[in-house]
Write a new protein. Structure first.
Length: 339
């Protein structure tokens, strides 16, 4: 009982730390992991799945051993030390506050019709070609990124920290970070990144569906439709190339009464994504509603928490490492919400 209570307190403390402090501009442990992974890639890269399996397995294995060692050492010093290291691990794995601040900033720039500034901000969210997008295209890209990363950067880290403690939080973040770095469909990474992408799909399977359920529950708070969210989830999610992104994006589309998907231009080429949801493509007001929708969903993850500061009132502090799906290769200090 005391161990369970200690874990709950550690999760709540880590979640509150992310809510208050977000991600530091420098020195984030995920950025350090990304630097190590990049250095190792220069030695291990081969255009083959086997090389990618070895690369991913080595890095995830080291993080697993490190997480277990940290937790065992902390346990020797009592529940307070164990709770503290869990809080630190949870904070390092989360990225929800930086995500919301960035998307909020995007909505402000689009509202003021500063398309140039919005295009410059887009690489902090996804790997699409910003020069090919107008205001509506930028709103759609930001909303789809917000939808997927509500799972990847908010729900999944808490889920794995709750299930696996310090090792669970750290290993999840390592998997998701590797997916952000190599797990996308390009000539260089289609084979080498296969292992990271498949492992990330497995790690996010349950959290993505829990996120979609939260969207269904919270949708009335923004005038959305629980029925529409469920309908789009059941009807459209399987059309998406990602088994997890399709679930959350479809739920968001149905809840907000918009249509996501369609032609999607990345820096490496054009992809035609299936339509998710009904209605018109999203516009800036829909993006603001999506931010509002995510905020109570975050609070619902910690039922005994108090409300934090509204993310809309803050300028974004960019994340240390990215975690979107198959979307981009970014500078290390920006990789926490992007793939």
């Amino acid at each position: 009982m005391f161990a369970t209570r200690s874990r709950a307190v550690g999760l709540l403390a880590g979640w509150l730390a992310d809510l208050v402090f977000a991600d530091p501009r420098r020195g984030h442990p995920v950025a350090g992991f990304g630097a190590v992974a990049s250095a190792l890639e220069r030695r291990t890269y081969r255009d083959s799945r086997l090389a990618g399996v070895a690369h991913t397995g080595a890095l995830v294995g080291v993080v697993t051993v490190l997480g277990v060692a940290i937790e065992r050492i902390a346990a020797r010093f009592g529940l307070t030390a164990r709770t503290t290291v869990l809080a630190a691990a949870t904070w390092s794995a989360l990225g929800g506050t930086s995500l919301l601040r960035t998307v909020s900033d995007m909505s402000e720039r689009l509202t003021s019709e500063d398309i140039g500034a919005a295009r410059r901000l887009l690489p902090s969210l996804c790997g699409r070609d910003p020069d090919a997008l107008d205001g509506d295209g930028l709103a759609r890209a930001a909303l789809e990124s917000l939808a997927e990363n509500t799972s990847d950067a908010q729900v999944a880290p808490l889920f794995w920290a709750a299930v696996g403690g310090v090792p669970g939080a750290l290993v999840y973040r390592a998997i998701n970070t590797l997916d952000a770095m190599v797990g996308y469909r390009s000539p260089r990474y289609a084979r080498f990144g296969w292992a990271a992408a498949r492992l990330d799909d497995l790690a996010n399977y349950v959290p993505a569906r829990f996120t979609a359920a939260l969207v269904v529950v919270c949708s009335p708070l923004v005038g959305g439709s629980p029925t529409g969210a469920l309908r789009a989830w059941r009807r459209d999610a399987a059309r998406h190339p990602s088994p997890n992104a399709g679930v959350v994006e479809a739920a968001f589309a149905g809840a907000l009464g918009v249509r996501l998907g369609g032609p999607t231009r990345y820096l490496h080429g054009l992809e035609i994504r299936p339509a998710l949801g009904d209605g018109s493509p999203p516009q800036v007001p829909d993006l603001r509603r999506a931010v509002t929708l995510v905020s109570p969903a975050r609070l619902n993850l910690c039922p005994n928490s108090v409300k934090g500061r509204n993310a809309d009132s803050h300028r974004p502090r960019y994340a240390a490492c990215a975690s979107l799906k198959h979307e981009r290769r970014k500078p290390l200090h920006l990789r926490k919400h992007a793939r």
